[in-house]
Design a protein around this ligand. Sequence first.
Ligand code: WT7
Length: 653
Amino acid sequence: MTQSKQYLPSPDWQAQAHVKGMAGYQALVAEAEADHEAFWARLARELISWQTPFTKTLNDSDAPFYKWFEDGRLNVSYNCLDRNVERGLGDKVAIIFEADDGTVTQVSYSELLAKVAQLANALKARGVKKGDRVVIYMPMSVEGVVAMQACARIGATHSVVFGGFSAQSLRDRVQDAGAVMVITADEQQRGGKALPLKAIVDEALADNSCPSCKDVVVYKRTGGAIAWVAGRDLWLHELLAGQSTTCEPEWVEAEHPLFLLYTSGSTGKPKGVQHSTGGYLLHAALTTKWTFDLKPEDVFWCTADIGWVTGHTYIAYGPLALGGTEIVFEGVPTYPDAGRFWQMIEKHKVTIFYTAPTAIRALIKAAESNEAVHPKRYDLSSLRLLGSVGEPINPAAWEWYHANIGGGRCPIVDTFWQTETGGHMITPLPGATPLVPGSCTLPFPGISAAIVDETGNDVPNGQGGILVVKKPWPSMIRTIWGDSERFKKSYYPPELKGYYLAGDGAIRDAETGYFTITGRIDDVLNVSGHRMGTMEIESALVSCTELVAEAAVVGRPDDTTGEAICAFVVLKRPRPSGEEAKAIAKQLRDHVAKEIGPIAKPKDIRFGDNLPKTRSGKIMRRLLRAVAKGEAVTQDTSTLENPAILEQLGQAY
Ligand code: WT7
């Protein structure tokens, strides 16, 4: 790793940013090191309006079940909406919504507050109360953000499920959360096509599989034909009619669960990551302020979906908590063509743009093969800051992003974090940190990220190891919904001295101490910034019981998606080849799409008479990874039970 090339923040940036220069950064780091709790308490008082101020900052008596600001009371929706209206921002645009077809709708802070209050009243009228779980399965929309904020307003705990997940995945989540309601839309409009949502909810709830769920609220987005279950289904617009546009917020304890968000782990079914109210909101607001340097005049655009944590923290909560103006985009980056993002930046004069490396790499390819969608055709001069999230950004993509989108003048914040961390953990601060392409640089102030060995001892810089966070922080995961043992086992293994285990490997540069994430150390894949467990995909494959006897899934590097899913499959019938193999591979992909969602479809499927195993019956995953990459197998295969199958697995369908 060479870190010779550094991009320094310009004098302008250093002068105007919320955190000014490395001196500004170091002062904050020193403040947090001197008194961790006092640092977070100061910021919690500065950034959040408390209905009841907290007197105790951190309760660590039941570690790792940490509690922050425990005796304080607040409401997230009050902090994001009412407070801004009270500050005189009622007419300021909160959300600029651009639909798939390019239609633009602007919503001011007072309008957003009225919508949230109305839905909050409607939810209460349906009997939803503090602590109830509400599943949100919505398109990217103002209504999606309103649904999240309305839950927050009444103290209901939302669990947003990404609109690309299948009926089975949705059912699992509704059941696990014990949700009393699902809020959805008739259809979602993406890339010029109407895609079903309500029909998937119907399938998920069929056969009384989710008895906890009494109501399905449907936002009419496209007006497409849908089935209707009388007594269960309710139109959103009918529910809202006649509801008051004011609603007293429910003041909840700081530890009250704001949301659950399901994410993949190395084993079993997706886990419901539980976040708090006070600590989460603090980090959402603080990172939006320091990492994105959000200012009143900014137009902020995070391209993530509200179904992922990025869309929670940097669409539904962070920018609104600061009274910012943000874009919510319904569509996809390639429709009507791959210039869509650049065209929207030009049209809305976006100043801060936050997206994923996969999108950047796909758009580089598109721009290189089609001049018409090259960013140079657009006026991107409004941009002042760029961000990247979800997976490592390779230096070549970083340089292209910097030169072609940022015009060489915009810092790039490569933000490392996770569903579990609630917000940025390791990231540059744009007016402070010298940038090195491919490195997420240094920990956010107050975040004690470190690299250790298997016994929790620090490893020297220049040597790779396990990424941990040594001290608790306000926006950390509180538990796994319904499974506190799994929470402890997954994130606080006893051998790591009470440190939080991120699940990633990392290395710090010998000279600068900068972090580079080297990838997951567990059986979790990152495909286009989407997190998936290999075991989840394996279970989906073997659930195709008429065809599949055994399956193993590994990742391999992919130029665009970062990682690609490769499945090794043993069928219950003779190993297919040619057209038959292609047809079966398609059938298996469709099956996985049905079980999990299209994002989990394996890119390569390889068939063998059996899987490479040691004589003791262990699948040789390292060997499968080499085969998946198309590498010559150099490792010792003498322990392999049946070396001949390596040849069979050479062919991918
Ligand atoms: C995993 C978390 C963070 C919101 C979106 C993904 C990888 C995330 C980076 C980055 C290298 C990154 C890690 C992490 N990751 N950001 N800037 N550089 N890797 O959230 O689905 O919970 O996935 O994404 O592997 O553990 P998630």
